[in-house]
Design a protein around this ligand. Structure first.
Ligand SMILES: Nc1ncnc2c1ncn2[C@@H]1O[C@H](COP(=O)(O)OP(=O)(O)OP(=O)(O)O)[C@@H](O)[C@H]1O
Ligand SMILES: [Mg+2]
Length: 267
């Protein structure tokens, strides 16, 4: 069996779609036959369980695993949509709790490496908070590469650049960008950066482009992932990213409908 690939889904900017992408990309990988474990490392603001709709099934969390209160296979909850998809929560913080501690890095790394083998995993995707700091450093200590999430707003692009530089100092140099909440009309009207301009500005390769879709946003608030919704281009986007991550040569906008691909790429 090939070594499990451990991938961060990250950006030091909040709200760009990291957790949404972790959940939906995880399901895309699982549906294409890859056993995938999602690990929520957003210690201050756990939310992957809500996006997956699995909040009532989470008994243990990643700190329980690292501190010996549970085995990793006990803490991992199997998703109701695919038996290839598993997830582990970050610790729950009550609203009045503001402090959290993160597990020891060596223990975290060794738990993830061991899980890769014992649970037969192809991928581990780690959801990170929208900031630099201890949780990102912990997550980076185990990862091989990073998917940096950005929207096509200038502030998010600058944060993507900063994230790549921070990751490089943490030893992660294999970084690619996911452009999320992409609005083709705003590119065509000249209001937002297009794909080529984003590659230019952030000096990062792009692994996928996910359109903005209000149906997707509302579904995400009810524990529904994109395959349960009628979001054709968003589904195509996640399928494309899963394929490209697995080494297939798939053009960025494969399967998209109603988008003038050449015009978007030219800008
Ligand atoms: N492509 C998209 N189309 C429409 N809405 C989206 C899209 N991607 C994400 N969203 C919405 O954007 C909001 C923020 O997403 P999410 O919580 O995944 O961001 P985040 O980067 O993980 O935030 P944080 O930094 O707080 O962890 C959510 O309401 C989500 O449903
Ligand atoms: Mg998040």
């Amino acid at each position: 069996m090939e070594k499990t690939k451990i991938i961060l889904v990250t950006s030091c900017k909040g709200g760009v779609g990291k957790s949404t992408i972790t959940a939906n990309l995880g399901l895309a990988l699982a549906r294409s036959g890859h056993r995938t474990l999602l690990v929520d490392c957003d210690f201050g603001n756990r939310c992957l369980d809500l996006i997956l709709g699995s909040e009532n099934e989470m008994i243990y969390d990643i700190s329980d695993v690292c501190e010996g209160r549970a085995e990793i296979n006990e803490a991992a909850v199997t998703d109701r949509r695919s038996s290839n998809l598993l997830s582990i929560a970050a610790p729950y913080l009550a609203p009045e709790q503001h402090d959290f501690s993160v597990p020891d890095r060596e223990v975290f790394r060794s738990k993830l490496f061991a899980a890769g083998e014992s649970m037969n995993l192809d991928y581990i995707l780690i959801d990170t908070p929208g900031a630099l700091g201890a949780p990102l450093e912990l997550a980076a200590s185990a990862a091989d590469r990073a998917l940096i999430v950005s929207t096509h707003h200038p502030t998010a692009l600058r944060a993507a650049d900063g994230t790549a530089s921070a990751l490089s100092s943490l030893g992660i140099t294999e970084c690619s960008m996911i452009i999320n909440s992409f609005d083709p009309d705003s590119v065509l009207h000249g209001n937002r950066a297009g794909v080529i301009e984003m590659i230019d500005r952030a000096a990062l390769g792009i692994i996928g482009v996910i359109p903005y879709d209000p149906v997707f946003a509302i579904g995400g608030e009810h524990g529904e992932l994109v395959y349960q919704l009628k979001c054709r281009n968003v589904i195509a986007a996640f399928n494309n990213i899963a394929a490209r991550l697995s080494g297939e040569t798939v053009p960025l906008f494969t399967g998209f409908k109603g988008i003038k691909r050449k015009k978007l790429l030219k800008r």
